[in-house]
Design a protein around this ligand. Structure first.
Ligand code: FMN
Length: 195
């Protein structure tokens, strides 16, 4: 069913990721991306720490990032095939829209709001972005992969080596229907406690 016609509860129940390689054009318009980010920021944030940052990577940015990925992959994998290098070269431009979410722990508030809570807020922001994308009829995937942990990737994006990249979120239009994956059922994880 058209996502925009679904009840909010069904949108949340039915959201699925689609692998980035299968996310095609068009991506969200500038206005829609604004809505997606606004929904992302509507996130529980204990003590107003604001530990999240969102970077929108333009097409040029995606190409520059891919060039770096390709170089790093070649340099750090002596047995890398041409095909693998090509894969990483193209990775950031897999989908029309790429966001980088970073976590910036608010150190001034850390005594009251532990880093673990601030990390949870960043994760919640990422999930809101996935749900908002889905609500507008797009598909998305939240990936970390090795680039999230690579200092040179952080550097080219303007971050310190200490900055945590919480994820790369790819957003666009499904080129094929996402297949359903086996989910953990409520029976496996929900218990009831009655005192
Ligand atoms: C923090 C985080 C990092 C992830 N990184 C990767 C990754 O590097 N590679 C990957 O295949 N899936 C990764 N995933 C999983 C996908 O985002 C996604 O959950 C998976 O494709 C199944 O999609 P769905 O359960 O949303 O339908 C990550 C998920 C999270 C929460």
């Amino acid at each position: 069913m058209n996502a925009e016609k679904m009840l909010p509860i069904d949108l949340l129940r039915k959201r699925r990721s689609l692998v980035a390689a299968k996310i095609g054009d068009p991506g969200p318009t500038e206005h829609e991306l604004g809505l997606i980010i606004e929904a992302g920021l509507r996130v529980p944030d204990h003590g107003r720490c604001g530990p999240w940052r969102v970077q929108v990577i333009s097409k040029n940015g995606q190409l520059a990032l891919g060039k770096l990925y390709g170089e790093l992959y070649r340099r750090e994998n002596s047995d890398a095939s041409g095909e693998q290098i090509e894969y990483w070269l193209n990775r950031p431009s897999s989908a029309p829209c790429l966001l980088v979410i970073t976590c910036h722990i608010n150190q001034a508030k850390i005594e009251k709001i532990p880093a673990s809570e601030q990390h949870l807020s960043v994760g919640a922001l990422c999930q809101n972005i996935l749900n908002a994308s889905h609500a507008l009829g797009y598909v998305a995937q939240w990936l970390t992969e090795w680039p999230s942990y690579h200092d040179e990737v952080k550097k080219i994006l303007g971050h310190s080596a200490e900055t945590e990249i919480s994820g790369f979120i790819f957003i666009g239009t499904a080129t094929e229907e996402p297949s359903e994956r086996k989910r953990v059922s409520a029976d496996e994880v929900v218990s009831f406690w009655d005192g």
